[in-house]
Design a binder for this molecule. Structure first.
Ligand code: GPU
Length: 878
């Protein structure tokens, strides 16, 4: 094997060329000087982790070079910038993505091979950057990929959590265990620490005559993470903040020998960027969480304003033409108050001027209609931590309500004209009082009976940013979503149906006032990571068939595959690739879980956070029934079953009681089914532990059927549905979220759609479900098997069973029971179609062919054109 010695290779300061031998030299040099490997051990005698670091350090040089040129160029041109504010960026691994985006795959494969390693092995030595929970965080990661690819001047801003999403282990009882995610233990070659870029962040303290004196101050330190675009010289930036103390030590305490006390401040500061909260779309309410939010928002805004000021000094009126901040859900919405504070208190603008600027500079994305995820901070918590901000929010609230008074007065008069107030009739028991429904407090009810509220006040209160907690009399809350809506120039949902629902429900009153503020931006995913890189076999076939490799940047080109949907030769090639992907997945599952999987059966996959609304429970109930059917069938009858491998993956929030039970149930079912000799290869049930981006990249290309089965109206969009679609995986699902738009692109008849639709759900919840008793006998059978101990732990599972069947204990809020029958019908259709492999493959091709719309490039272009008004600024090639 020929090894080029470091001395005749390119120096690490110049931009390495694309020739494998100079790349190899560069890797060797990095192994010696960055990794610090003893030269007699290079390259043999090094473990994969070390070699990975050497290779990554070399790739980093290419990145930094293009990164600096991009950022300098943008700085010189001074275009309008978008800043994507997000508490989560679920990046996954970077090595292969960087190599592929820089179009250096061949070069690096060759160079690494000459050193006696292979790139695939090194790829697995990288830790996953899991600074996010699920869809929302991964969306942010896809968005910055698309921003760079589209040459859009913009940065992501977030938190450099020391510990990302917890690692999930499944114990021998099938129970989820949470372990810390120590993702930085092997270093992080993808970041550039910026000790020179720091900002002070204040907390607590007091306000005197509008002047805030924080009681505690910490430092935010920047780390830049270069984000390579594809087929462009542009490399964007994700700037993450780390929390540090102002002083390393309390010197007095230190000198007195009180070492614990001396480092207390340090620990308290570092706590702020220590861990990602592992709750997905559920309430937080913890002070530390608000601290995190304010911490990264304040640092990001200070940073962006400093950059503006360096160019335009105090010409603040120009800010909306130079910067726009997109707030990713309610997590960064304290930005409304912080931007006001910075403009008023630090830059000396008057209130009205500042407010005018804020309303042109901020935009807000909503990702859920589930009430528990719409953050509302107790005034007490917010006021203690951020007293000046509470004052500002209070003023925003009262000016806002004042501005509505006339309108509301006119409305009330109009209403009274049509409908003169009558004495109150006896009230029906509201649904919320019925067992199990997310309760509206009794007090609020009674109170309404007692006090006659002024109708104008009452009407105004619907718009209140600060409102009374309906669950706790006298406790006031700041509704962060309302604050964001009032303070933003645009508000968007993440799929057509979702954007429509928010106008009808959570933001109805606001929509009526300013209908033009409300928009839709259907989510998308990056076709680089989620098709081109994770499914090389299919990518090659697509390129060969279309006669161009331009499709990853222009995904609508995939429509060119439609004409081959019925082509038998093409179908055969298509199937062969799916089969290879299944085999690769089976090998990975074998390695991680010890489970042997056949590769002939239908691979059916549901991967997402474990949540009642996503209904993994519905899925496992049908699996249980299938198991029963197989087990009770005669050997002859067994032949007619379509063999299936059902795979689940996902984490349950640590304190989510029901979700944890669902994880255990799935695992228990797997333990019983997989070793039952009656079942053999007809059914396998796998729970992949520690589902993450890396798993997704192996699971999605291998999937033939994916489950997108949320109760209609609950899943804002879903994004894995789009990734599966791109990879030619058929969908069994409800008419919810982006499934609806996928059905439009692919043809509804090619999906396995079932269940009630969104318009039917309210009636079920408002009474129909409580009365309904038409339980499917197969559903009853599956529940009986859980309760009779077929899977063990029957006591533990009792309330899970009750939650969908005993209306005196629970209310089946997500309508698992009434949707079951139609779900089983759709599952029968799946089996039927799978037996006709030509038809199945035809559909599979049509899915991929119809996935162009779901490229995040399309989504980002719409944000840029319709909300941000940010134009591409391509960086000239070197
Ligand atoms: N989503 Br809110 C999260 O992943 N986490 C959250 O805290 C909230 C929403 C998801 C939605 O559930 C999913 O439907 C959507 O596709 C995704 O955000 C991206 O918009």
């Amino acid at each position: 094997r020929e090894i080029v010695s470091p001395s005749n290779g390119a120096s690490s300061t110049s931009r390495p060329s694309k020739d494998p031998s100079s790349v190899q030299a560069d890797v060797l040099q990095n192994l010696e000087f960055v990794v610090g490997a003893p030269s007699n051990k290079i390259p043999n005698g090094l473990d994969a982790k070390s070699v990975y670091r050497g290779v990554a350090a070399s790739v980093r040089e290419h990145l930094i070079d293009a990164f600096n040129r991009t950022q300098d160029y943008w700085s010189e041109k001074d275009p309008k910038f978008v800043y994507y504010l997000s508490a989560e960026f679920l990046m996954g691994r970077s090595l292969m993505n960087a190599v592929q985006n820089l179009e250096l795959t061949g070069t690096y494969s060759e160079a690494v091979k000459q050193l006696g390693y292979d790139l695939e092995t090194l790829r697995d030595a990288e830790q996953n950057a899991a600074l996010g929970n699920g869809g929302l965080g991964r969306l942010a990661a896809c968005f910055i990929d698309s921003m760079a690819t589209l040459n859009l001047p913009g940065w992501g801003y977030g938190i450099r959590y020391k510990y990302g999403m917890f690692k999930q282990a499944i114990d021998e009882k099938g129970y989820q265990q949470e372990l810390p995610d120590i993702w930085l233990s092997n270093g992080n070659p993808w970041e550039i620490p910026r000790p020179d870029i720091t900002f002070k962040i204040g907390f607590y303290g007091s306000v005197d005559n509008f002047k805030w004196s924080p009681g505690e101050t910490i430092i935010a330190k920047a780390y830049d993470n270069p984000i390579p675009g594809y087929k462009t010289a542009t490399v964007g930036n994700l700037r993450l903040w780390e929390a540090l103390p102002v002083d390393e030590f309390d010197l007095t305490a230190f000198n007195e020998g009180k070492y614990d006390k001396a480092v207390e401040q340090r620990r308290k500061a570092e706590d702020i960027s220590a861990v990602l909260y592992p709750n997905d779309a559920t309430e937080y309410g913890k002070e530390l969480r608000l601290k995190q939010q304010f911490f990264f928002v304040s640092a990001s805004l200070q940073d962006a304003l400093a950059r503006f000021k360096a160019k335009h000094s105090d010409n603040w009126q120009l800010l909306p033409e130079k910067a726009v901040f997109q707030m990713n859900d309610t997590h960064p919405t304290i930005a409304v108050a912080e931007l006001m504070r910075l403009l008023i208190d630090e830059q000396n603008l008057d209130w009205d001027t500042a407010w005018g600027i804020v309303q042109k500079t901020l935009a807000f994305t909503n990702h859920t209609v589930m009430p528990e995820a719409l953050e509302k901070w107790p005034v007490k918590v917010l006021g203690k931590l951020l007293p000046r901000h509470l004052e500002i929010i209070d003023k925003i609230d009262s000016i806002w309500k004042d501005s509505l008074k006339e309108k509301v007065l006119a409305q009330v008069e109009e209403m009274h004209k049509k409908n003169p107030p009558k004495p109150k009739a006896a009230k029906e028991v509201p649904l919320a009082k019925k067992a199990g429904a997310p309760a509206v407090p009794e007090q609020a009810e009674e109170e309404e009976e007692e006090e006659e509220e002024d109708p104008v006040e009452a009407a105004l209160n619907k718009y209140g940013i600060i409102t009374e907690n309906p669950w706790e009399k006298g406790v006031k809350l700041v509704n962060m979503a309302y604050l964001a809506v009032v303070g933003s120039k645009a508000v968007n949902g993440v799929a057509a149906i979702h954007s429509d629902i928010i106008k009808r429900t959570i933001f109805k009153d606001f929509f009526e006032l300013t209908p033009n503020k409300f928009q839709n931006k259907t989510n998308g995913v990056t076709p680089r990571r989620w098709l081109a890189w994770c499914n090389p076999g299919l990518a090659a076939l697509i390129t060969e068939t279309l006669g161009t490799d331009a499709w990853p940047n222009d995904l609508n080109l995939l429509t060119g595959l439609r004409q081959y949907a019925d082509d038998k030769d093409f179908q055969k090639k298509w199937r062969a690739i799916k089969h290879e992907n299944k085999a690769r997945l089976a090998a990975k599952i074998k390695e991680r879980t010890g489970i042997d999987l056949p590769t002939e059966p239908l691979y059916d996959i549901q991967i997402k956070r474990i949540h009642e609304y996503k209904r993994q429970y519905l899925n496992i109930l049908s699996v249980i029934y299938r198991y029963h059917e197989i087990k009770t069938a005669s050997p002859e009858e067994r032949k007619k079953f379509v063999p299936r491998v059902t795979i689940f993956g996902g984490k349950a929030a640590s304190a989510y009681y029901m979700a944890k039970k669902i994880v255990r149930l799935i695992n228990r079912v797997g333990m019983v089914v997989n070793k039952d000799p009656d079942v053999k290869d007809l059914l396998k049930v796998v729970f992949v532990p520690d589902y993450n981006v890396d798993w997704a990249e192996a699971l999605i290309p291998a999937a033939e059927l994916c489950q997108q089965i949320s109760t209609a109206g609950t899943e804002a969009s879903g994004t894995s549905n789009m990734k599966f679609q791109m990879n030619g995986c058929l969908i069994i699902g409800t008419m919810d979220g982006a499934n609806i738009e996928i059905a439009e692109e692919v043809g509804k008849e090619n999906l396995f759609i079932f269940g009630m639709d969104e318009s039917e759900v309210p009636a079920w919840r408002e009474g129909k479900r409580a009365e309904w008793k038409d339980y499917d006998p197969r559903f009853v059978k599956a529940l009986d098997m859980i309760k009779d101990g077929t899977f063990g732990d029957e006591e533990y599972f009792q309330d899970l069973a009750d939650s969908v069947s005993d209306m005196s204990k629970s209310n089946d809020w997500f309508l698992v029971a009434p949707d079951f029958t139609d779900y089983m019908r759709a599952q029968d259709d799946v089996d039927k179609i799978y037996q006709d492999q030509d038809e199945w493959t035809r559909r599979s091709i049509l899915y991929t062919a119809g996935s162009g719309f779901f490229s995040s490039d399309r989504t980002i272009k719409q944000y840029a054109d319709e909300i941000w008004d940010v134009k591409p600024v391509p960086v000239p090639a070197a």
